[in-house]
Design a protein around this ligand. Structure first.
Ligand SMILES: N[C@@H](CCC(=O)N[C@@H](CS)C(=O)NCC(=O)O)C(=O)O
Length: 228
């Protein structure tokens, strides 16, 4: 039986994108199940299938594995290509993925993922500017040390999956990641990212919390989603 990956709306769900793009990029078969973000009055809806009440969740037989990091660790035990094989590249990839998982709060809060929308940011906070500067340094380091086109070398691995939502954010909000733009362009052109983007653009359902977060960040200059 292939894995089942439970995710939320592709336009918004940055955490869902990580294991989804990892599995697709590695060619690991899985069945996708999309659950819409719960609306007002239905807040606990994801608790019906997710131990944490959040997505993504990977279902493997009678086992539910949750959290994008937990899922990545679980997959790495079964698919060695999840991380780079070179030790130095692997140390960089694991550290950078952990940093993304636990950090970049200003980026997450101030530049909510909305794949189909373009925004002119208003007054980026000093904390957001620090996060963007850190992204630039991290991307440039990975590309320089391991030769690209991916963050830890010639193969797309879990570190690229962890930063995949950032590629969409960089485009949506016009963030300047310097030499890291080379990775952003490669990520946005990857067939798995293109597939995710096409599905995100086809979604007509809107979730007001995410929409409000995007409007709060700046002026919406374009919306490429169906029905917009
Ligand atoms: N640390 C978790 C975060 C997961 C998360 O926040 N998921 C969001 C969707 S992107 C969610 O399920 N939200 C539903 C809710 O808050 O009701 C992970 O890495 O998977």
């Amino acid at each position: 039986m292939p894995y089942t990956l439970v995710i939320a709306n592709k336009n918004y769900s940055s955490w869902s994108l990580r294991p989804w793009v990892l599995l697709r990029a590695l060619g690991v078969p899985f069945v996708e199940r999309v659950e819409r973000f719960p609306g007002a009055g239905d807040e606990g809806a994801f608790q019906r299938f997710s131990p944490s009440g959040l997505v993504p969740v990977l279902i493997d037989g009678d086992r539910a594995v949750w959290d994008s990091l937990g899922i990545t660790m679980y997959l790495a035990d079964r698919h060695p290509e999840v991380w780079p094989s070179d030790e130095a590249a692997r140390a960089f990839a694991e550290s950078a993925a952990a940093e993304m998982h636990g950090g970049f709060q200003a980026l997450r809060g101030g530049c909510s993922m909305s794949v189909g929308v373009r925004v002119r940011l208003r007054d980026p906070s000093p904390a957001l500017a620090r996060d963007v500067a850190r992204l630039r340094a991290l991307f440039e380091e990975g590309l320089t040390r391991f030769g690209g086109p991916w963050l830890a070398g010639a193969r797309f691995t879990a570190v690229d999956a962890f930063y995949a939502p950032v590629a969409f954010r960089v485009r949506t909000y016009g963030l300047d990641v310097g030499g890291g733009q080379r990775w952003v362009d490669a990520a946005l052109a990857h067939p798995a990212m293109k597939e995710w983007e096409a599905a995100a653009l086809a979604e007509t359902w809107r979730e007001e919390g995410h929409e409000a977060a995007v409007r709060a960040a700046g002026e919406v200059t374009a919306d490429h989603r169906a029905g917009a």
